[in-house]
Design a protein around this ligand. Sequence first.
Ligand code: 0L1
Ligand code: MG
Length: 256
Amino acid sequence: MERLDAYAEKLDTAALTATDTPQISIEDNSFTVEEAYQVQAKSIDRRYARGEKRIGIKMGLTSRAKMIQVGVDEVIWGRLTNKMVLEEGRTLSKSKFVHPRIEPEIVFLMKKELKGNVTALEAMNAVEAIGPAMEVIDSRYENFKFALTDVIADNSSSSGLVIGNWHKPDIDISNLGMRLTVNGQDKMFGSSAAILGHPVRSLVSAARMVAQSGETLKPGDIVMAGGATEAHAVSIGETVSLTVQNLGTISITVEA
Ligand code: 0L1
Ligand code: MG
């Protein structure tokens, strides 16, 4: 089997069986960012072959808090499938993940195609709706430790998402308060401004970065803009809730 196919199979199996795996970059120090995105695409192709459907993309490491938490300081992206969606107000089965964490985000729903280098105005004009969201990230690597190439190959740790009600995009999202609670206790406070200064910048980056892989953002796609605070490592029995100013509250309960 070709080297990149073998990495894709290894990461796909790790995600499917919720089992951790050693970092690729430790054994292969010639592994490049370009190759890592190819591995990501190949591992997602394996999901499509099992019947999963593409629903959009996620942006990762779009805030300083996130970059510091994992020691990687570049914006990255990953692909989302229908199987990753968790129903708002319901449960997350911890046993289906290796070591899941939850982070507070803003999500966009696209109404127009967006491709390559676009302005913030063009990006906002392509948005149908915005909403509050929580991303469930789950590195497939041992101890949640990775280099930039590793995490890109691992679909940027993408593993689940919870989305709230959609709102018209005429709400000012530049500086919305975001509050994550666990069993009603405050855990993280942030602002949508922590997402690259304004979440629309994440959408601008998304259009440019996916184009480098020959893809576009399409009508109906969702785009997760990235975490506004560091991520919370979840435990069984926790109800994790996010309130985003003017956008509403969403919750998920962690079960075995
Ligand atoms: O969505 C994110 O910002 C996470 C990207 C990958 C790094 C991590 O697993 O925390
Ligand atoms: Mg995220």
